[in-house]
Ligand binder design. Structure first.
Ligand code: UDX
Length: 461
């Protein structure tokens, strides 16, 4: 059987908590550390502070089995740990660079407390070269005469499927600079039975960015092609399907829409662009992915704005607020850009989201703004003049085309996630606009439109 290590995990956000719980699940003895006392108390009660299917079950099971603990007392947690994983946040700063102050704070705590040889593993996404600096920083502040090394072990989990993504990951990347660190990380991950790719520390750091930015690029590429499809009368669904059979392209992440959001793609594209600029290089492909995504997020708003004289006084249904289904997270969600635009123009927004309304309410309170939070899609749609679909929740996909026709004042739907077949919306008598496909219904029937191009067309005419 494999070795059980005493591991501490710094940070109980997405990365740290899921890593800690999954390490406990495979047999290690885990202490999750966070400075937030309230959060630690909640965790001890078996309640997850993040919305993640299947997580609480594993939390409770491993906590009851004594394999998983939570504490704010980092001294106790770090002093005799075999390994300490750092999973704290690296938020984006104004210039696109990553804020490393949380990492530095943990590194310093580690340096001042460890009493035995310890492997420090950075899971947080950090700019290439950071782990060299973290190791130096720990050595600078080290109090006791112990061996300490820093390894890179980037995290690839996606929100909503975090537990499965960790326990059944496609690969585990470890970046180390010594045999000791490499072998120890290999042993820690042995029980997972997942292919391990062992590389240098800087390569590991780069693999994380290169992977995320490639996926962002893939999405922006499809959005770019989708916009062109609308102009030339092709259908992005058909195009994507045709492309997907080529294994070199693959069938995943080909969905056009109103752009990528979330805590990773927007941040990691900007961070790599920043890193390149710092090094005197222009990363043109990633820059293009960022530019396409920025335009894509308001593409439907602009289209609707052209179609209507005004939003003023109109009831507007917004279906979906989160950046993707299966999460309550609003970070970089298209709703955050579109709802303020609608409110500014005097729209009366009725928003529905099965998980994200509470978080949205913290930003846009009923009463302060003309916004109401609906309990179900029907309530949001009732009497609405326009509907925007921003998240492909199953609760939203379950809304039948006839429902728009029956409940809305005018059945005018802008679908940012292409959740309906064009033909079914047409048959139901809905005026329907989506991404990279023909518009149907209304006086735009059969015409293709793209707000970026309209002026250009007029100009040519
Ligand atoms: C992502 C990566 O998938 C994960 O590996 C990494 O560790 C963190 O970032 P996450 O942000 O949770 O995970 O969600 P993901 O499912 O990848 O979606 C990101 C965004 O891309 C969403 O806004 C989603 O709507 C969008 N997307 C995804 C598309 O627009 N089209 C697609 O085909 C796929």
């Amino acid at each position: 059987s494999s070795t059980s290590y005493k591991i501490s995990v710094a940070g109980t956000g997405y990365v740290g908590l899921v890593a800690g719980v999954c390490f406990a699940e495979v047999g290690h003895r885990i202490t999750c550390v966070d400075i937030d006392e309230q959060k630690i108390n909640i965790l001890k009660q078996g309640i997850s502070p993040i919305y993640e299917a299947g997580l609480e079950e594993l939390m409770r099971k491993n906590y009851a089995a004594g394999k998983l603990n939570y504490t704010t007392d980092y001294i106790q947690a770090y002093k005799d740990a075999d390994a300490i994983f750092i999973g704290v946040g690296t938020p984006e700063q104004h210039d696109g660079s990553a804020n490393l102050s949380y990492i530095a704070a943990v590194a310093r705590q580690i340096a001042e407390t460890i009493e035995k040889n310890c492997l420090v593993v950075v899971k947080s996404t950090v700019p290439v070269g950071t782990n060299d600096k973290v190791e130096q920083f720990i050595h600078d502040f080290l109090v006791n005469d112990v061996k300490v090394e820093v390894a890179s072990n980037p995290e690839f989990l996606a929100q909503g499927t975090a537990v499965r993504d960790t326990l059944e990951a496609a690969r585990i990347i470890i970046g180390t600079e010594s045999k000791w660190a490499e072998e120890m990380l290999m042993k820690i991950y042995e029980p997972f039975n997942i292919p391990i790719v062992s590389v240098s520390r800087r390569s590991a750091e780069m693999i994380k960015y290169a992977s995320n930015d490639f996926l962002a690029l893939k999405i922006s590429y499809m959005n770019d092609i989708a916009n062109l499809c609308e102009l030339v009368g092709a259908d992005i669904h058909e195009v994507a399907r045709g492309m997907s059979f080529d294994e070199r392209i693959g069938g995943k992440f080909l969905n056009a829409g109103i752009g990528y959001g979330g805590s990773c793609f927007p941040k990691d594209t900007k961070a790599l662009d920043y890193l390149a600029r710092q090094n005197g290089y222009e990363l043109r492909t990633v820059k293009a992915a960022i530019a396409v995504n920025n335009d894509q997020r308001t593409i439907l708003f602009k289209k609707a704005n052209q179609r209507l004289i005004t939003f003023n006084g109109l009831k507007v249904a917004v279906l979906g607020l989160t950046f993707k289904p299966g999460t309550d997270d609003l970070r970089e969600a298209p709703s955050l850009e579109n709802v303020p635009l609608l409110l500014e123009q005097g729209a009366e927004v009725y928003a529905y989201d099965p998980a994200g309304s509470d978080n949205f309410r913290k930003l846009y309170q009923e009463g302060d703004y003309y916004i109401k939070y609906a309990e179900n899609p029907e309530e949001a749609l009732d009497g609405a003049s326009v509907c925007f679909i921003f998240t492909e929740w199953s609760e939203v996909k379950a809304v039948k085309p006839e429902v728009y026709k029956r409940l809305m004042r005018t059945p005018l739907v802008y679908d940012g996630r292409n959740i309906y077949e064009i033909e079914e919306m047409k048959a139901a008598g809905v005026e329907y606009y989506s991404i990279g496909r023909a518009a149907v219904g209304g006086n735009m029937a059969g015409k293709y439109s793209n707000p970026h191009i309209t002026n250009h067309r007029l100009y040519i005419a």
